[in-house]
Design a protein around this ligand. Structure first.
Ligand SMILES: NC(=O)c1ccc[n+]([C@@H]2O[C@H](COP(=O)([O-])OP(=O)(O)OC[C@H]3O[C@@H](n4cnc5c(N)ncnc54)[C@H](OP(=O)(O)O)[C@@H]3O)[C@@H](O)[C@H]2O)c1
Length: 242
């Protein structure tokens, strides 16, 4: 039986992925900071194990990965989000989001990589389409995801001739506790279950980027490609809708 470790598996996309993997017979380990939330998910299937682990804490991450044993697939999904204008978020909040999304994920990668290099395996990092371009109202979150995208590109390039596959999962808007913080209409919103189906499909292959949903991906790629002058014209309109 293959083992998958899902960080942030107690809610949202991580929980939906955990349930999807366990229904396909995987040995599933979920982690997060909230023990009760993790236990509630485990009650849904005896195939799911839980470990309390704050990904910001290197020792907790190392201890979690040694408790799990051999990991075939690490889905590094845990993340934090805070909407708001750049000055509305404190320095502390900007740093906190980077600590979780970037450095926390990096802690997990560094913990699993040595064994995976020997035994083989896959690391799938959950980034975001918000990392494609600097969006208004997202300056605490977007840069952390842009940094993750860059990290995954470096890793995939470095590990091409190794036994480790690196994949990057870039979702658009998915209904979860994280997006419940948004007070605007989110285009092309997916449920966590819909997102999990599409992500699982991508994880079956080894294409570098799994970006969903396609219609929103193309909208974001368009914003990335157009001249800045045109982008900022559209961004002004976006800001008025937020
Ligand atoms: N929802 C979207 O529209 C969307 C779009 C693009 C990307 N994403 C990304 O998808 C991932 C999952 O988000 P979601 O939408 O499913 O939201 P969510 O339900 O809020 O899930 C976030 C998970 O991360 C865990 N977490 C947060 N800080 C942590 C820490 N320091 N250590 C360990 N675990 C931590 C939380 O568990 P605990 O509180 O128990 O620690 C929670 O289970 C995130 O990386 C997010 O940035 C989401």
């Amino acid at each position: 039986m293959s083992t998958v470790w899902i960080t942030g598996g107690g809610s949202g996309i991580g929980k939906a992925l955990a349930l999807s993997f366990c229904s396909d017979g995987w040995d599933v380990v979920i982690s997060g900071r909230d023990q009760h939330r993790l236990q509630k998910v485990c009650k849904l299937s005896p195939q799911i194990r839980w470990i309390v682990c704050d990904i910001k804490n290197e020792d907790e991450v190392l201890s979690a990965q040694s408790k799990i044993g051999p990991i075939d697939l690490a889905v590094l999904n845990a993340g934090d989000y805070r909407p708001g204008l750049t000055n509305a978020c404190s320095q502390k909040e900007h740093r906190q989001i980077f600590e979780v999304n970037y450095f926390g994920t990096l802690n997990c990668i560094q913990a699993v990589l040595p064994k995976m290099k020997r035994n083989g395996g896959k690391i799938a990092v959950v980034g975001s389409l918000a990392g494609y371009i600097g969006l208004p109202n997202a300056s605490a979150y977007g840069p952390s995801k842009a940094a993750l995208i860059s990290l995954c590109e470096s890793l995939r390039a470095e590990l091409q001739d190794s036994l480790v596959t690196v994949q990057l999962i870039n979702p658009g808007f998915v209904k979860s506790a994280l997006t419940d913080k948004n007070n605007f209409t989110m285009p092309n919103l997916l449920s966590a279950e819909q997102a999990a189906i599409e992500i699982r499909h991508g994880l079956e292959g080894d294409k570098f980027e799994i970006s969903i949903p396609k219609i929103f991906v193309w909208r974001m790629k368009f914003l990335q490609m157009i001249p800045y002058q045109f982008y900022f014209y559209l961004a002004r309109k976006m800001l008025k809708q937020i």
